[in-house]
Every structure is written in structure tokens, then in C-alpha cells.
Design a protein around this ligand. Sequence first.
Ligand code: ZN
Length: 48
Amino acid sequence: MEFFCVKHKAKVEIPDDQVKVEVKKGRKFYTATCPVCGTKVYRIGGRA
Ligand SMILES: [Zn+2]
């Protein structure tokens, strides 16, 4: 899954098995750790 890292300002490709799904207030977020700089990256996944 593709994420955008705001820390080093580039797209990063993260394997699906390293992506976590979180649900907050009815919205789904995908979270993962950037393999380049270790920052947490987010992606909005639409409605839960
Ligand atoms: Zn990064």
C-alpha cells in the first residue's frame, strides 16, 4: 500500500502485512511506519 511520508516528503510503499487499520469516529485510517525514516504515516481509508 502506498503512503505519503510528511517527514521526508516522498511516497513510500509498505507491504500490506505491515499496515494497521484503525477506526476513529466512523472513519477508517491505515497506519504504518515509514521504512525510510521511521515516522508514523497515515492514510484515510474512507468510511468504516
Ligand atoms: Zn519517511
